[in-house]
Design a protein. Structure first.
Length: 358
C-alpha cells in the first residue's frame, strides 16, 4: 500500500534546502512512500534538480505561494496566509490526499492551523505535542506535552495521559503502558495543586483499570525509563526537551575536546572508536526528531525548526510509520472508549489554546 505524506517544504530555519533533500533520501529508502512537496514550486524544483531527482516518480509538487515564518503571530499565520505551504500541506490531510503531514515550521502556527483545519478528536479539549526521548533501557520514553499548552488544568493533563497511553499501545504494542506524572518529588504531598489534582484523576483511572498509573516521577526518571510515558504541561515539557538536547550536544563537545587534548587521549579515542560511535548514535537527538500532534483528526508531525536533512528524514519516518500502522484510527478508537466525554470547545478559532512555545 502506498503511503502519501505531504511535506511543508518551506517551514523551518533552512526551508527547501533541508526538506527536499530529506524527502529524496526517504523515498529512495521506502519504495511504497510517495511524498507531496508543498511550497514555492521554483525553489522546490531547483533543489530537486540540484539532487538530480527532478523526474522522481514518487515525488510531486503542489505550489503554495506564502510561507509562515518562525516569528509570524498566530493571527497572521491563521487568517492572512491562507495559501501558506503549512496550511496547504495540512489541508491535504483533511481532504484525504495525504495520510500525514510533516512540517518544521513555527510550532504555534502549526498547532493552531492544524486544530483549525483538522479539528480535535471528540472528547479532547486541547491537542498536545508528544515526542520520544532516549533512556538507559535503550527504549524511548514518550513525553507530552512539549510546548503546545503552557497553562494546563488537571483535566488537560488527564487527557494527555489517556492520549499518550493510546499512542504507545498502538505504536509499541503494549496494552497497558505505564504512565508517570512529572513532579518535583515522588511523594503525593509534593507539587502544585494542578499536579496533585491530576494525580487523583489518574489514580482513579488506575483503580478502574483504564490506565496503568505508576505515580509521580522526577526528571531523572525520564532518562532511566522508569515509565513508558511522562506527562507534564507544555511549559515544563519544552524546558526539559531543550535542556536535554543542549546537554547531549554539550557532552559531545566536551568529550571531543578531551580526546583531542593530548596524544595519550587521542590513542584512547582510537582504541574506543567503536564504542564512541555507538554512544554517539544512541544519544544523537536527531534520531528522535519528529513530534506528533496528538488529539487531532489527522496525523501531523513537527520537526525541530533547526533540523538538518538527516534529522528531518527521521520526522518523515515517524509520520510514515504512524500512517502505515494506522495509528490515528487506533488512537481514535481508544480515546472514544477511555476519554471522559466533555463538551467540545468552539470550533475554528484556537483561542482556547494557551500560546504555544516556539
Amino acid at each position: 500500500m502506498t503511503i502519501k505524506i505531504s511535506i511543508d517544504c518551506m517551514g523551518g530555519d533552512h526551508g527547501s534546502a533541508v526538506t527536499v533533500a530529506a524527502a529524496i533520501s526517504f523515498v529512495n529508502r521506502e519504495p511504497d512512500a510517495e511524498l507531496i512537496l508543498v511550497g514555492r514550486e521554483e525553489a522546490i524544483r531547483a533543489e530537486l534538480k540540484k539532487h538530480r531527482a527532478a523526474a522522481h516518480p514518487r515525488l510531486s509538487i503542489v505550489h503554495a505561494e506564502e510561507v509562515v515564518t518562525m516569528d509570524d503571530p498566530l493571527e497572521v499565520a491563521l487568517r492572512r496566509k491562507k495559501d501558506s505551504s503549512m496550511r496547504v500541506a495540512i489541508t491535504m490531510v483533511k481532504d484525504g490526499r495525504a495520510q500525514a503531514c510533516v512540517s518544521a515550521g513555527n510550532t504555534g502556527a502549526l498547532m493552531a492551523i492544524s486544530r483549525y483545519v483538522l479539528k480535535t478528536i471528540p472528547g479532547v479539549d486541547r491537542p498536545a505535542i508528544c515526542t520520544l526521548i532516549p533512556n538507559q533501557k535503550d527504549k524511548p520514553t514518550y513525553m507530552l506535552d512539549l510546548g503546545a499548552n503552557v497553562d494546563c488544568e488537571p483535566q488537560h493533563l488527564h487527557q494527555f495521559a489517556l492520549m499518550g497511553s493510546a499512542l504507545v499501545a498502538s505504536s509499541e504494542g503494549r496494552s497497558m503502558p505505564t504512565v508517570g506524572l512529572l513532579n518535583i518529588g515522588e511523594e503525593d504531598i509534593k507539587g502544585n495543586e494542578v499536579v496533585k489534582q491530576t494525580a487523583k484523576l489518574l489514580r482513579a483511572d488506575h483503580e478502574k483499570g483504564v490506565l496503568n498509573f505508576y505515580g509521580n516521577v522526577e526528571g531523572n526518571d525520564i532518562f532511566k525509563g522508569t515509565t513508558d510515558i511522562v506527562v507534564c504541561d507544555g511549559f515544563v515539557g519544552n524546558v526539559v526537551l531543550k535542556a536535554s538536547e543542549g546537554l547531549g550536544r554539550f557532552f559531545k563537545v566536551v568529550l571531543t575536546a578531551e580526546f583531542k587534548s593530548n596524544p595519550l587521549n587521542m590513542l584512547g579515542a582510537l582504541i574506543a572508536r567503536g564504542a564512541l560511535k555507538s554512544i554517539s548514535k544512541r544519544m544523537n537527538p536527531s534520531r528522535y526528531n519528529g513530534a506528533s500532534l496528538l488529539g487531532l483528526r489527522g496525523l501531523v508531525f513537527k520537526s525541530h525548526g533547526g533540523a538538518d536533512a538527516y534529522a528531518y528524514e527521521w520526522a518523515i519516518r515517524r509520520a510514515y510509520d504512524a500512517a502505515k500502522n494506522d495509528v490515528l484510527s487506533r488512537i481514535s478508537a481508544s480515546i472514544a472508549e477511555l476519554m471522559p466525554q466533555v463538551e467540545a470547545p468552539a470550533a475554528g478559532v484556537p483561542s482556547a489554546i494557551s500560546a504555544p512555545i516556539q
